[in-house]
Design a protein around this ligand. Structure first.
Ligand code: ADP
Ligand code: MG
Length: 600
């Protein structure tokens, strides 16, 4: 079973140190600071219980001179004073400031990874679950690890020192301090298993709840929620999910609580009472121990047992945490199939020839291919139209070209090299793409066009791009021109535009990018056929020297293309120029005539 393997103590320690290392890289001062902080806490207890108490009674027994006692007291006072000051400063500044840096850097690391993995990962529920778990857990777990590992080390060191001291006085007495360790470890493991099961059983329900909450308050769903019955249905799912979480919490909560109780009482009975009875018998009845040794023995065994149980609790926390860290680790160490960090050929930005050579593709988890044996050439500067009904596979073709997915069979060549041989980042730069489901972000118009921070020298380019996509005049009517915020999410004066206007802003991205190939995947669906035709016409003018691939299920614009590929059920059924296809009088001609009639 998977649980068993991850359960081993060695593996758990390895995982915890892995996260400690990540935390150290994210904020070294926080990790080092915590070591000193905990070191002082343990050190001062050890000093007080085992050295200070023993010496004070020894001073009394041996009638030590006043100056020596005073000197000792001053040293002890200085130790506690400086330690206390460090503690106060650390708790109020170093630690909270460090936490911010720690979390920010760790989250950045996760997000960088998340943007690096291929899109397919998002469609794999197992991977997506792991990713959401990893992101939601990393903050809490990093805090635990940063605290737990230094404490574990300190408690083990203090266990060692107090054991030595005890053995020097009475080597049998040490048993009283050690026994509780076993009960703590045994019950601790059971408690962790129950907690993890609870967490596992709740996570799909929690995700469902999160999804429903998000959908209800997000604007893009507001219309559907008002106009249909979907809200009632979603609320029903929400209630069911909540009930299931409550049921699990009750079921496991009682078990966890009882186990905690048994663990605590066993330990108190053995050490708390046991030591006092044993040492008092030696002091009062057997009379074979000095009073200073008696004091040290009682407090050292108490301390030893405390340190040991603490170490065991920490160890079980280490194991508990390890299960979660494994998620983080698997996620961060996942080697993306298409990675931006992989090296590869740098493509030449001019003279781009693309060739789909017998390409087939099946989506993750599906059995039927959505693209079958596609053969298609796109030569330098060519204007290509991909047409076909919804679901024919047009967008998928673009996603393959952009390397959001890799082909299942066949290959795509760029200037005779497989596109997999190129450096992905450099390769993707060749294309300016607007997808069908493009997103406009809560940023200014200019930033939305450039998709980057805007400098003074970028403005003419953005202006031209807005003109080419036909939305410049509209943007100029906004309060701050191209510096107006889009959407009202963060700015009350933000602009809400119509669907068609948002589309034109998204289209302007392609013009502003100045890439070698422009790809437009039906970004024009909110435009009427005539506006679409005009938009494509001006686009083709603006992209004179570029290759252009535009996708439409409306054929009025396809007329503008040098070559048209018609897709049906994932296959190219016809290819040629508009007049060739009309002469052929096949499917394209039929569809064209049908649509033309409807527009008239
Ligand atoms: P088009 O752009 O021509 O309308 P798509 O390329 O978007 O068609 O889709 C082609 C087929 O692939 C459709 O049947 C669609 O349901 C399916 N499909 C699209 N995206 C995915 C996905 N991420 N996972 C599984 N199937 C998908
Ligand atoms: Mg599509």
């Amino acid at each position: 079973m998977k649980y068993k393997k991850k359960d081993s103590l060695w593996n758990a320690l390895e995982n915890n140190f892995y996260l400690l290392k990540l935390s150290f890289e994210a904020c070294p001062s926080r990790v080092i600071g915590e070591f000193f902080y905990i070191g002082y806490r343990y050190g001062s207890s050890l000093f007080y219980l085992i050295i200070f108490m023993g010496l004070i009674f020894k001073f009394i027994e041996e009638d030590t001179d006043f100056n020596t006692v005073l000197f000792f007291l001053i040293i002890a006072g200085l130790f506690w004073g400086t330690g206390g000051l460090y503690r106060a400063i650390y708790e109020r500044t170093v630690s909270p400031v460090g936490n911010q840096k720690l979390y920010e850097n760790l989250h950045l690391r996760m997000y960088e990874k998340a943007t690096d993995v291929e899109l397919e990962c998002y469609e794999n529920p197992q991977f997506y679950n792991q990713y959401t778990k990893a992101v939601s857990q990393i903050k809490g777990r990093a805090f635990l690890v940063v605290h737990v590992l230094p404490e574990l080390i300190c408690s083990i060191l203090c266990t060692f020192f107090s054991s030595v001291k005890i053995v020097m006085i009475d080597r049998y007495a040490i048993l009283l301090g050690i026994i509780p360790l076993f009960s703590t470890y045994f019950f601790g493991k059971k408690i962790n298993q129950a907690k993890y099961k609870l967490y596992q059983e709740n996570i799909p329900k929690e995700r469902e709840k999160e999804y429903i909450k998000r959908t209800i308050y997000q604007k893009e769903y507001a219309k559907e929620i008002r106009l249909t019955n979907v809200f009632t249905m979603m609320m029903k799912h929400f209630k069911e999910a909540t009930e299931s979480v409550i049921y699990n919490t009750k079921k496991f909560g009682l078990k966890i609580g009882l186990l905690n109780f048994i663990q605590g009482s066993t330990n108190e009975l053995i050490t708390g009472m046991g030591v006092i009875v044993y040492s008092t018998v030696r002091l009062l009845f057997l009379k074979n121990i000095k009073i200073s040794d008696y004091m040290v023995l009682v407090s050292a065994i108490g301390y030893l047992s405390w340190c040991l149980t603490r170490a065991a609790k920490l160890l079980s926390k280490v194991q508990d945490t390890s299960l979660y860290i494994q998620n983080v680790k698997d996620f961060l160490e996942y080697k993306p199939k298409i990675s931006e960090s992989q090296k590869g050929r740098i493509p030449e930005a001019r003279n781009i020839n693309l060739y789909f050579k017998d390409v087939s593709f099946t989506y993750f988890g599906q059995t039927q291919p959505v693209l079958k044996h596609i053969n298609m050439k796109i030569e330098k500067g060519e204007k290509i139209a991909l047409v076909g009904h919804n679901g024919a596979g047009k967008s998928t073709l673009v996603k393959l070209l952009m390397r959001l997915y890799d082909v299942t069979e066949g290959e795509i060549l760029l200037n005779n090299y497989n596109i997999k041989d190129y450096n992905v980042q450099a390769y993707r730069k060749l294309f300016g793409t607007v997808f069908q489901d493009y997103k406009v972000l809560s940023l200014t118009v200019a930033e939305n066009v450039l998709m980057d921070s805007v400098n003074e020298e970028d403005r003419p380019r953005i202006e031209q791009a807005l003109r080419d996509s036909g939305v410049y005049d509209k943007v100029m009517t906004l309060s701050k021109g191209m510096d107006t915020m889009l959407t009202r999410e963060f700015d009350e004066e933000g602009a809400e535009l119509s669907g068609g206007e948002f589309q034109k802003i998204a289209i302007a991205r392609v013009f502003a990018k100045g890439s070698s190939v422009a790809i437009l995947d039906e970004p024009s669906s909110a435009l009427d056929p005539i506006a679409e035709y005009k938009m494509y016409e001006s686009m083709l003018r603006a992209c004179k020297d570029k290759s252009v691939i535009f996708i439409s299920h409306r054929l009025s614009s396809a007329v503008l293309a040098d070559r048209i590929y018609m897709l049906e059920n994932g296959e190219i059924v016809e290819a040629g120029s508009h007049s060739q296809l009309m002469n052929k009088n096949g499917k394209y001609a039929q569809m064209f005539r049908f649509q033309a009639e409807n527009y008239v």
